[in-house]
Design a protein around this ligand. Structure first.
Ligand code: SAM
Ligand code: SF4
Length: 471
């Protein structure tokens, strides 16, 4: 078997085939042989959509190298941790799961463990001192090197330069057959003072527009209904064209729904809003992280806008696209945040009435400027402020959902509901989750749904497309 591991799967099958033909091995041995040749991989993915998509692309590369997907880590020959360093909590979760794999490695001698993503890039070789059972390190800009890493040419692939990744055409083994992620750029130049991303994902680099368009054309040919364009700050996309023009070209491809994350308020222009309003395939949902309602804190965060500038953009957006849903990110308890600053954030949330909000306790990240600032708040204070923000937003989310009762929405069905397998679940163009009774409609189809009941995080509706029900 040791020899078998040295030679390619193709060679193994050929040898096995010849040996069987000349009667040296039996059919059952061939099955065993095949079983031993097929290595399997399990990928743990933490953090943002970018990481989810990076895992899909690593999976495609590994499939090309002969790996299959293991359903559980216990069955895998290779474990990949695709990590997130944005907050301490995500990092802790990774380390505790990594710790548990020590035992697996003792039981399965050939098991290899790779740590990819932002924690690998941030911690570098120190990670190996903390967890000596890790075999490989792979930075988020170097996912294309995963196969070289495993073939033993490299032990770690951590670089600061991500130009190469942007010029690569990487396939993805996508989790969904309906919705797909498409990266248009990598890295970030913004250096928000709290954020580790520019240090772990490097400087901003945009993919050539022709390569993005041909990826999306391919997805359309394969029947994908929706794409979400990914970048840390998609508004600063720059190649031969800028982001509004890229959106226009993507809209010309035959794909039904186009979404994008994340937008930076400083670069979210009126021109972009006007183009969005014109383009029929661009969905009426914008995720525009505000982070704080206090100008003093926004300045300390190096966000590059004031709250009133943010507010004006929201007003313009709602004027041009009245049905638009707006979501945002907020950080509670940034260093030096006073009660007044916190009240300004609550005031902003009340005033804007977001459809949804992702709120986080400030987490000090080593190497960032905010980590060195004075006035860090204690955990209880941050937790208290976070819970006030979440409580306020819960009421607003519910009332925004309630306002949709009685309306008719186009819903793209995604499959069985996560909370009730008897129901089907899908999303509106505004990205609201809608559940309907399961009458055998197919995932990937569109239905017209009358919203009957608003819930805290979803809408329940009646399928009007089945006939017999009038709107
Ligand atoms: N590039 C996007 C942007 O600028 O909005 C998203 C970046 S990050 C993956 C997503 C969110 O995590 C940020 O919008 C911010 O609210 C939050 N975040 C980033 N660093 C954080 C930190 N150190 N502590 C708490 N939240 C943080
Ligand atoms: Fe981080 Fe700011 Fe870049 Fe977003 S824009 S990734 S928050 S530095």
């Amino acid at each position: 078997m040791a020899i078998l591991q040295e030679i390619s799967i193709f060679q193994c099958l050929r040898i096995a085939f010849i040996d069987r033909a000349i009667g040296k091995i039996e059919e059952s041995s061939l099955v065993v042989l095949n079983f031993h040749m097929q290595k399997s991989v399990f990928i743990y993915t933490y953090g943002c959509q970018m990481n989810v998509h990076d895992s899909e692309r690593m999976m495609a590369l590994l499939t090309d190298s002969g790996y299959t997907r293991a359903e559980v880590p216990e069955n895998a020959d290779l474990l990949i941790f695709n990590t997130c360093a944005i907050r301490e909590k995500a990092e802790q979760k990774f380390y505790s799961q990594l710790g548990r794999t020590k035992l697996l490695k003792k039981r399965h001698k050939g098991l290899k463990i790779a740590v990819a993503g932002c924690v690998a890039q941030e911690t570098k070789e120190k990670l190996l001192q903390r967890a000596p059972h890790v075999d490989y390190l792979l930075g988020p800009q170097n996912i294309h090197l995963i196969s070289s890493l495993l073939s033993g040419d490299l032990h770690s692939a951590l670089f600061d330069d991500n130009h190469e990744l942007a010029s690569r055409e990487l396939a993805a083994s996508r989790e969904s057959r309906i919705k797909a992620w498409v990266s248009i750029m990598y890295g970030c130049n913004n250096f928000c003072t709290y954020c580790i991303v520019p240090y772990t994902r490097g400087r901003e680099v945009s993919r050539p527009s022709s390569s993005i368009i041909s990826e999306i054309e391919d997805l359309a040919r394969k029947g994908y209904r929706e794409i979400t364009i990914l970048g840390q700050n998609v508004n600063s996309y720059r190649s031969d064209i800028d982001f509004p023009e890229l959106l226009r070209r993507i809209n010309a491809v035959n794909i039904d729904r186009i979404r994008f994350v994340t937008s930076h308020p400083r670069d979210f222009s009126e021109r972009l809003i006007e183009i969005m309003a014109e383009l029929p395939h661009v969905c009426e949902h914008v995720h525009l992280p505000v982070q704080s309602g206090s100008d003093r804190i926004l300045n300390l965060m190096n966000r590059g806008y004031t709250y009133s500038e943010y507010r004006n953009k929201i007003d313009f957006l709602r004027k041009k696209i009245p049905e638009v849903a707006i979501t945002a990110d907020v950080i509670a308890g940034f260093p030096g945040e006073t009660i007044r600053d916190h009240a300004a954030t609550l005031g902003a949330i009340k005033e804007i009435e977001f459809d949804g909000l992702f709120a986080f306790k400030f987490s000090a990240r080593k190497g960032t400027r905010a980590c060195e600032m004075d006035g860090h708040l204690d955990e209880d204070c941050k937790a208290q402020r976070l819970s006030e923000i979440l409580k306020l937003q819960e009421e607003i989310t519910y009332s925004r959902n309630k306002a949709l009762e009685g309306t008719t929405q186009e819903v793209l069905l995604e499959g069985a509901s996560e909370t009730d397998a008897q129901m089907l679940s899908g999303r509106t163009r505004t990205n609201k989750i809608v559940t309907i009774e399961n009458n055998g409609e197919k995932a990937g189809s569109y239905v017209r749904v009358r919203v009957e009941k608003a819930r805290q995080h979803s809408l329940f509706g009646i399928n009007l497309s089945r006939g017999g029900v009038s709107s």
